[in-house]
Design a protein around this ligand. Structure first.
Ligand code: SF4
Ligand code: SF4
Length: 485
């Protein structure tokens, strides 16, 4: 992984043990100590020297101490009050240029100075705080053990409030449990594969749908929601995305082709953003295909779950012929057609049949996903085969049919690992009312992170500045994937 592990403060035996282990396995080391430029660094230097000897040839290390930042210290040391502030400014700048920062191992003061933003998770080792203990000892009759206990509780409370899920607190007086640490720092799997440096939005342009699939993620409705965005408001959404540097857009629903203005929206969007659309194809006619052929879309994604029986067992009666009719019309499409098949209990043993059918329909790609039964009452619909068996089967079929169709899956055994949730920064979800959430999964599972304002009449910048979203995006909550909850 080549993660950077940050170690701060005085190198205690506990921290040294953790550092040695983490470096040995897969990580690089950054040692940060800008605590007190007057303090002799001999002890820390000895630790670091020892640590360096443990660093295998391919691992990198970086040490940042007051000594390294000397030029700033000596320049500013006469301004004692200001020097720390300036020093931190340089340290933050330094950190922001370092890629793959993962773990910060302890230092309360740094956490206060918001260094936690720069790391995905924090391991806090050794709760002892000699200065605070001595201060309390002078002013109270409490026993040392009682003072330590109180201080520890206070700190834990504060950290929990400040950095919540990101922090693992380890009592430095006990043996370090490396298994616990490894589990804690495991990389985060994002459910989306996002291209580097590209910003992507998924936009549910309507909640209205003429199907009622049992596993539909969105609370779709046969009836149109009256407050949905007008064509002009949709143009405003697209303009806002462009203004904020988004380059990719996925239009979805509901069934987007139930919107009378969908071709206008697609025309406007595809001129400005790399646009694709997901549909059940039931509304697609030859006439619509002709119009779509004038646009340059990244792809048209059609959901089809196998034979009539397999498809209708999860998507409802009379949905197969309607989708097939649309797919027949799409045979004349100049845009790329991708079939999306959800693997469930009734089609998992016929993946080859599903692929052959997609080849007959002239699709250039088929992508398999697995059913999330989040909203389904019938839990027996889910696939029975474990993921790794399905992945193996699909890989064999991919090879077998590679000359006829691209076979893909979106539940790979190597999901995209992220050091920080891209939600809100590189990825957003927009609902049918123009409200924004950092990710589709968060929108579904945690209503705290849906904007109150709408892109109907607000700028994207203002919407993303809402306190709850800002809190998520700025990293206090970004250490975890809400999709996993
Ligand atoms: S077609 Fe798509 S949007 Fe409509 S109910 Fe099915 S999964 Fe939901
Ligand atoms: S919450 Fe973040 S990490 Fe998880 S799936 Fe969404 S964007 Fe990816």
């Amino acid at each position: 992984m080549n993660n950077w592990i940050g170690i701060t403060g005085k190198m205690s035996a506990g921290k040294t043990t953790i550092a040695k282990q983490l470096i040995k396995e897969e990580n690089n080391l950054i040692y940060i100590n800008v605590d007190d430029f007057r303090r002799k660094k001999l002890e820390d230097e000895l630790y670091i020297k020892e640590l360096k000897q443990q660093i295998p040839p391919l691992r990198k290390y970086q040490v940042v101490t007051s000594i390294d930042l000397n030029k700033y210290i000596y320049k500013y040391k006469k301004y004692m009050k200001r020097y720390k502030k300036i020093l931190y400014k340089h340290l933050l700048l330094y950190l922001s240029n370092l890629k793959n920062k993962q773990i910060l191992v302890e230092w309360a003061l740094l956490i206060n100075d918001h260094l936690d933003k720069y790391f995905r998770k924090i391991i806090y080792v050794d709760i002892k705080d000699e200065i605070a203990i001595n201060r309390l000892k002078k002013n109270s009759d409490l026993k040392i053990s009682e003072i330590k206990k109180r201080l520890k509780e206070q700190k834990i409370q504060r950290f929990k409030k400040e950095v919540k899920e990101k922090i693992l607190i380890i009592d430095g007086e006990r043996t370090v449990n490396m298994e616990q640490i490894k589990e804690f720092i495991k990389p985060m799997k994002c459910k989306f594969t996002l291209s580097n440096n590209k910003k992507k939005a998924i936009w549910e342009v309507t909640h209205q749908c003429n199907y009622q699939c049992s596993y539909c993620m969105f609370s779709c409705n046969y009836k149109k929601e009256e407050r949905e965005l007008t064509t002009e408001e949709c143009y405003h959404v697209i303009d806002e995305l462009v203004k904020e540097g988004f380059t990719q857009l996925k239009i979805t629903g509901g069934e987007p082709f139930l919107r009378k203005d969908i071709l206008e929206i697609l025309t406007y969007a595809s001129k400005r953003l790399e646009t694709d659309i997901s549909t059940n194809a039931s509304m697609i006619t030859e006439n619509i295909v002709k119009k779509l052929n004038n646009l340059s879309l990244k792809m048209i994604h059609v959901s089809l779950d196998g034979t009539k029986e397999q498809h209708e067992s999860v998507r409802g009666k009379n949905t197969y012929e309607r989708t097939l009719k649309g797919l027949e019309a799409l045979k004349k499409s100049k845009n790329k057609i991708r079939i999306g098949t959800v693997i469930h209990a009734n089609n998992e043993n016929d993946l080859e049949g599903v692929i052959k059918n997609s080849i007959d329909l002239k699709a250039s790609e088929i992508i398999f996903s697995i059913m999330d039964l989040m909203h389904s009452e019938d839990k027996t619909l889910g696939k029975k085969e474990p993921n790794h068996i399905l992945i193996k089967k699909i890989k064999v079929l991919k090879e077998k049919y590679k000359d006829s169709i691209i076979v893909n899956l979106n539940f790979d055994d190597q999901p995209s690992y992220v050091t920080k949730c891209p939600g809100g920064n590189h990825f957003i979800f927009i609902d049918n009312l123009g409200r924004v959430s950092p990710c589709t999964w968060i929108y579904e599972k945690n209503k705290d992170f849906i904007s109150k304002q709408s892109l109907k009449n607000e700028t994207l910048q203002n919407v993303l500045s809402e306190e709850n979203l800002k809190q998520f995006i700025c990293g206090k909550k970004a250490g975890i994937c809400y999709g996993e909850i």
